[in-house]
Design a protein around this ligand. Structure first.
Ligand SMILES: *[C@@H]1O[C@H](CO)[C@@H](O)[C@H](O)[C@H]1NC(C)=O
Length: 302
């Protein structure tokens, strides 16, 4: 980093790292078992503030996905922003590619850091991980935010998405290798895609999408959520906030209303207008206020 930084993506990456540092976070790596190393951004020194874990989805590194949340929440929370396995600098030699394994590894990381109580916010793929962490450890996970994440995804939802994106395989959409492939993805995940010239798209592909491609393909193939037509998810014991972009093209809003029903009384849904699959970036102020109100007041205010 630094010395030979001639691309826009590289400059932005440096800017994001500096912003995280300014918010009191630092880049840290923990070996959680003989096979697995997890990288995360977390408080340089833990305080007595409540702990908040932000779990990214498929896409660019975690700081890019949570760039509008880190400094907003760092005032009131000890914020942890891990890289899921095969994203950023997290890696494992284990052959397990399931989202259950991602959840187990994050729980181990927090255990390792002596953090025994925390809330989780997960977006998209990260929402699957957040749900699984909450289901596995009700004594540790305090509150849950599931953002743009159809934990209730069916095989047919996947088929619909591939048809819409005009791809044969889901990885052709989620792991683009060409500028036009990335444009297709951005058109679906953003309500309004900003103009991006080809060189910039290529810069993104090169710097943000190319790492551990083989393993990421395996993560998509081994996904357990979305394999079946029958959805079996149990309600969580925690208060759960579901946040969704009204125009989400990856997981339609109807998935959110169904999820809200499946999760029962402890779940509430908040819909953000003029946002697609990334309301935390597209409508950051609204997203932050909704999530913050939930953490501060619970459901009393709804
Ligand atoms: C994976 O195995 C290689 C070769 O043994 C080793 O160098 C590397 O540190 C291991 N990675 C992790 C994350 O444990």
């Amino acid at each position: 980093m630094g010395a030979s930084c001639f691309s826009i993506v590289c400059l932005l990456s440096n800017f994001l790292r500096r912003s995280a540092t300014a918010a009191g976070l630092s880049s840290q790596t923990v070996e959680i078992d003989g096979d697995t190393t997890i990288h995360f951004w977390g408080p340089t020194a833990a305080t007595s503030k409540p702990n908040l874990v932000l779990i990214h989805g498929f896409g660019p590194p975690s700081l890019w996905q949570w760039r509008q949340q880190i400094s907003f929440f760092a005032g009131e929370f000890d914020v942890y922003v891990p890289d899921l396995l095969f994203f950023g600098d997290s890696f494992t030699n284990s052959t397990d590619r399931s989202e259950v394994f991602q959840a187990t590894c994050l729980a181990k990381l927090l255990e390792n850091l002596q953090i025994h109580r925390y809330s989780v916010v997960g977006t998209s793929y990260g929402g699957f991980v957040a749900y699984l962490m909450a289901a596995a450890s009700p004594e540790k996970v305090e509150k849950v935010v599931i953002a743009s994440s159809a934990v209730n995804m069916r095989r047919s939802d996947n088929d619909r998405l591939m048809k819409k994106a005009k791809v044969d395989k889901i990885e052709d959409l989620m792991l683009p290798t060409t500028a036009s492939g990335l444009r297709t993805l951005l058109d679906l995940v953003l309500f309004r895609r900003p103009y991006m010239p080809e060189f910039l798209l290529n810069d993104f592909l090169d710097k943000l999408y190319s790492e551990n491609r083989k393993e990421k393909l395996e993560l998509l193939k081994e996904l357990r959520i979305g394999q079946d037509e029958v959805v079996t998810i149990s309600p969580l014991s925690q208060e759960t906030l579901i946040v969704w972009g009204e125009q989400d093209q990856i997981f339609l809003l109807e998935k959110a209303t169904e999820l809200n029903k499946l999760l029962g009384e402890k779940a509430k849904l908040k819909v953000i207008k003029k946002a697609s699959h990334c309301p935390q970036l597209e409508r950051a102020d609204q997203f932050n206020n909704i999530v913050n109100d939930f953490f501060v007041h619970g459901f009393n205010m709804y």
